[in-house]
Design a protein around this ligand. Structure first.
Ligand code: 5AD
Ligand code: SF4
Length: 479
């Protein structure tokens, strides 16, 4: 997760490695750099799990790596272009290693790999393997083949990668922390006119309930206390249940909540069109469901929503928010916004600003519209000039930034349950997350990763809320 301030206004930043390093002497080392969404973070972990039995351990230093994997994002042009500049840097590293008698294999994975395939080999020298997100279970065989000549695998194989991906050892899971991602659904059938996802990740596929339960039970047995269920359209989940029926996301969440030791469940990303009654109700009656909802609206203008093929209007969105707030008044709301979609007038933009003002968001991601080749909106003649997009983005982010600050400021003076994640920067300090996904730093005083402790929020730091444990008397402890 990005820091709180960054979550509001920045485009997704690259995440380095897997969050932890493990250098086993004598083993080969893999360095993975993930860009874009949380699903890529999950995929990066699963790639490491496939490679672990092959003798690969993870490193956070590219220069030490026998294998470099760039796990790419294709959602906007800027994200996609980053790969090519990074590949230039990788090529230099590879040259240095080879000059010193070593070797380095280079893999481009993720959505750029899926979308551009062999074009990557033509544009960038020194790539051994281009592999799409559906083929990670074949990595060892593909790497072997790529020793002879460069390989491209962007198939959508009939066998599910999920069935074929090995599970990590419990120690590896523990190293990754107390909060885990679990992809439950991939792909998208919605075809918003700006979006490449239906093309890069393909049609909606939901994992079967039993496979998800088994994965979550294994995670919890290794110490995980919180799972975030991931899907490009996670609330359209309709995986096969043990009874043969298609289960919805709320049904899956209610079943997962019965897992002893699992304290928190989150889900992302949702589409307003799939916010059904049961999912809304669950926010009011399932304690494990965290009071946080990421529900992208993209625009507050009905005309733009229609042009985006979002399949809902502004009022429909506002009604959903009203209903969620009726069952869970304190819920933290988050959204994605696109400014400068083709044809967006000043009045359309004002509608978006008014919607933001009406809802009040705790977090948001906002972007300038980026034309993606092959999507309908890219061919629209009414493209918006860059300087207009920039001005709108700044104005919108300033408002969202104020709302985020207000949301955090409103937590000051309250006591919130914090899921403890790890030691903080200062001696004795621990950091974790509030139910609203705010980072919280506090004097640990015996709190361990995985504990859930009440913390009285006393103030706001740069990247986290600052507080004191509310379950220990300060005076008696320090005496
Ligand atoms: N341009 C700008 N933003 C985009 N997104 C998706 N496609 C584009 C695009 N072409 C944003 C949407 C989506 C988020 C993941 O990325 O806001 O919800
Ligand atoms: Fe893209 Fe729309 Fe599908 Fe989200 S719902 S992944 S924005 S096409």
């Amino acid at each position: 997760m990005l820091g709180m301030a960054a979550r509001v206004i920045r485009e997704a930043r690259p995440r380095r490695g897997f969050g932890g390093t493990m250098a086993q002497d004598g083993s080969r080392k893999v360095y993975v750099k993930s860009y874009g969404c949380q699903m890529n973070v999950y995929d990066a972990q699963r790639m490491a799990d496939v490679l672990a039995p092959e003798g690969f351990s993870e490193t956070t230093e590219m220069a030490d790596a026998d294998l470099v994997v760039l796990n790419t994002c294709h959602i906007r042009e800027k994200a996609a272009e980053k790969v090519y500049s990074e590949l230039g840097r990788v090529r230099e590293m590879r040259r240095d290693r080879e000059a010193a008698g070593g070797a380095m294999q280079v893999v481009v994975a993720g959505c750029v790999a899926q979308a551009e395939g062999g074009e990557i080999l033509r544009r960038a020298k020194g790539v051994d393997l281009v592999v799409g997100p559906q083929s990670y279970h074949r990595l060892p065989a593909l790497l072997d083949a790529a020793r002879v000549r460069p390989v491209v695998d962007t198939d959508f194989p009939a066998d599910s990668k999920f069935d074929a991906l090995p599970q990590p050892r419990p120690e590896r899971t523990r190293q990754r922390g107390v909060s885990a991602f679990v992809t439950v659904q991939e792909g998208c059938d919605k075809f918003c006119t700006f979006c490449v996802v239906p093309y890069t990740r393909g049609a909606e596929v939901s994992r079967p309930v039993t496979a998800i339960l088994a994965e979550v039970e294994r995670l919890v047995a290794a110490g995980v206390r919180e799972v975030s269920l991931l899907g490009q359209n996670v609330n359209a989940y309709h995986g096969e249940g043990p009874d043969g029926a298609a289960w919805t996301l709320p049904r899956l969440m209610r079943r997962l909540a019965e897992t002893p030791g699992l304290a928190r469940i989150r889900y992302t990303t949702s589409h307003p069109g799939d916010m059904d009654d049961d999912l809304i109700a669950l926010h009011g009656d399932l304690p494990a469901a965290m009071p946080y909802l990421h529900l992208p609206v993209q625009s507050g203008s009905d005309a733009i929503l229609a042009a985006m093929n979002r399949r809902h209007g502004r009022d429909e969105y506002l009604r959903i928010i009203e209903r969620v707030r009726a069952v869970r008044p304190d819920i933290a709301l988050s959204s994605d916004f696109i400014v400068g979609f083709p044809g967006e007038t000043d009045a359309d933009f004002r509608d978006t600003m008014a919607l933001i003002a009406e809802v009040g968001f705790a977090a948001a991601y906002s972007f300038k519209y980026s034309p993606r080749p092959g999507t309908p909106a890219a061919d629209n003649v009414a493209q918006i000039p860059e300087d207009v997009k920039t001005a709108r983005l700044h104005e919108l982010q300033a408002l969202l930034d104020r709302q985020l600050r207000a949301f955090n400021a409103a937590t000051v003076g309250r006591t919130v349950d914090v899921l403890v994640e790890k030691p903080g920067k200062h001696p004795g300090q621990m950091v974790g997350k509030s139910p609203y996904l705010q980072a919280v730093a506090f004097e640990g005083r015996g709190a361990q990763a995985g504990d859930i402790v009440p913390v009285r929020i006393g103030g706001l730091g740069n990247f986290s809320l600052l507080g004191e444990r509310a379950d220990i008397e300060p005076d008696r402890e320090s005496a």
